[in-house]
Design a protein around this ligand. Structure first.
Ligand code: HEM
Length: 538
């Protein structure tokens, strides 16, 4: 019998004793029958054949045969921790979400991950990192499912299978586990130049974090907050590590991959065990909710764009502290199920076409990964608010529902005395006007600029950081077998910054192409409203 999960972690693993599998002084079968021996099969005589009637043997092996579940289709390798989020209350003028009111403490579970390697891959590869936070609020669960890079590869969820197929290991040899050192990755990002911005962040030092504890986190998409008076604001979520942002250098990352492939998960667990609790401030960039949902010429529905912090500073709204390691990797880190659609009253999504696809995808994949529709009942996924849904039955149902009429109104179970209405605090989507429109299968013109933001990013780096980035592009592109792909990627770099392109070309020993005039390029307007600096701090 393990330690009590609540006192060991100080966090939300609210597992009733009855649901825990290890209790009592004796080993038993799964049905609780006491075992005389679990080391020898039942045989016909000392050296005779094993008997099929040995139920304990068959139960033990059958259960073992089914111990593995499919790994996540992306973000398979991860490490997680329990903690607490304390809200400063400074966002309470922007949203009536209860957990963002002043001095509210909310238990959280946070899972960090790499995106592309399998469950057994190394921690320090060059890749994006997942940064997923589950807030167990009193008003239901809120998931902030972000990454350590503020932009994404694609602008429309319909391309997610394509980018992942391109970035995952090649289907023939199943290499590499790292993201970028292969032909299909560079083929994709050079043909889909919207991916250039995210790729540049990957090639920068941000692609090889020193520790999960020293990574920023970003919600990426623009979200909408709703205030008590019904007014709305657009926000971008940011996690700022109190320990600062630190990366490895490439040689360190390579050495560590060999010497300690578990470097990041070990670092996280060791820090927490030693009482050096990792902390992040949660902040928001606050943007006016205008009819066109743009800011300073930047389309806020385009997840390949940031809003520079110089234009809209990040306003701190709370502090996250990780205080407890999971007791059981499988039960917690592996079975946790995040979903960007897990929202609480006061927070809503926008029409970012990437986010819309995510709202469908997570629950769908989890039905396969976690064996049916009842994974919300797993201890790590259980809300810490009362749950009273009318969902019934299904694979792995663990609830014993009473009553006969799971519908409302009804005339059999007392007419269903439970309320479901907006007036008494139900979740209400913002009544955002829909554009007068016709069906369109195309990207808006405002999504066409693929180069100005990577250019801003490259030019914002110090000389040393620029040198690291040039070396990263040169190294990763040198792994491409196809010359044409390398040249196409160099062409994209030429559109971003000719000096960068020349330096990478020199690293590859080829001639640098010259820049063409990319169509549709828009520099962010310098005439900026200062909404970000003026929001009312409660
Ligand atoms: C998993 C972030 C885009 C589908 C994850 C995880 C993170 C994440 C952090 C791991 C969650 C965990 O630790 O369990 C993001 C971000 C995105 C993005 C920040 C863009 C801004 C997408 C899109 C799709 C998608 C566009 C599909 C249309 C998935 C799936 C999983 C996943 C299927 C596995 C979930 C599971 O098995 O539980 N994503 N993702 N993601 N993501 Fe995304």
């Amino acid at each position: 019998r393990g330690p009590d999960p609540v006192s060991a972690t100080g966090v939300p693993l609210d597992v009733p004793q009855s649901a825990r599998s290890q209790s009592g002084a004796y080993l038993t079968t799964s049905q609780g029958t006491r075992l005389p021996d679990t080391d020898h099969s039942l045989k016909a005589g000392d050296r005779g054949p094993i008997l099929l009637r040995d139920h304990h043997l068959r139960e033990k092996i059958t259960h073992f045969d089914h111990e593995r579940i499919p790994e996540r289709v992306v973000h398979a390798r991860g490490a997680a921790a329990h903690g607490v989020f304390r809200s400063y209350g400074s966002a309470s003028s922007l949203t009536f979400a209860g957990f963002l009111a002043e001095d509210v403490e909310t238990p959280v579970f946070v899972r960090f991950s790499t995106v592309l390697g399998s469950r057994g891959s190394a921690d320090t590869v060059r890749d994006t990192r997942g940064f997923a936070v589950k807030f167990y609020t009193a008003e239901g669960t809120f998931d902030l499912v972000g990454n350590n890079i503020p932009v994404f590869f694609i602008q429309d969820a319909i391309k997610f299978p394509d980018v992942v197929h391109a970035a995952k290991p090649h289907p023939d040899r199943e290499i590499p586990q790292a993201q970028s050192a292969h032909d299909t990755f560079w083929d994709f990002v050079s043909l889909h130049t919207e991916a250039q911005h995210h790729t540049m962040w990957n090639m920068s030092d941000r692609g090889i974090p020193r520790s999960y504890r020293t990574m920023e986190g970003f919600g990426i998409h623009t979200f909408r907050l709703i205030a008590a008076d019904g007014s709305t604001t657009l926000v971008k979520w940011h996690w700022k590590p109190v320990a600062g942002v630190h990366s490895l250098v490439w040689e360190e990352a390579q050495l560590i991959s060999g010497m300690d492939p578990d470097f990041h998960r070990r670092d996280l667990a060791d820090a927490i065990e030693a009482g050096a609790y990792p902390q992040w401030e949660l902040g928001v960039q606050v943007l006016e909710d205008t009819a066109d949902q743009t800011y300073a010429g930047i389309d806020l529905l385009d997840p390949t764009k940031i809003v520079p912090e110089e234009l809209a500073p990040v306003q701190p709204i709370g502090l996250l502290t990780l205080t407890g390691n999971p007791i059981n990797y499988f039960a917690e880190t592996e079975q946790v199920a995040f979903h960007p659609g897990n929202l609480v009253p006061g927070i809503d999504v926008t029409d970012d076409p990437l986010l819309a696809g995510r709202l469908f995808s997570y629950i769908d994949t989890q039905i396969t990964r976690l064996g049916g529709p009842n994974f919300g009942q797993l201890p790590i996924n259980r809300p810490q608010a009362p749950v009273n849904d009318m969902l019934r039955d299904g694979m792995h149902q663990t609830a014993v529902h009473g009553g006969v009429a799971p519908y409302r109104p009804n005339s059999l179970d007392g007419g269903c005395p439970f309320t479901a209405d907006a007036a008494s605090g139900g979740y209400v989507e913002v009544a955002q006007p829909l554009p007068a429109s016709q069906k369109v299968r195309a990207a808006p013109a405002s999504f066409a600029d693929h180069f100005s933001q990577p250019r801003i990013f490259y030019r914002s780096l110090t000389e040393v950081e620029q040198q690291h980035l040039i070396e990263a592009y040169s190294f990763e592109l040198s792994k491409c077998y196809e010359e044409t792909i390398r040249l196409r990627q160099l062409q994209a770099l030429a559109e971003i910054d000719t000096e960068l392109c020349a330096a990478v070309a020199a690293g590859l020993g080829v001639e640098a192409p010259s820049a063409s005039e990319p169509p549709g390029e828009v520099e962010p307007s310098p005439a900026l409203s200062q909404v970000g600096g003026e929001w009312p701090v409660a």
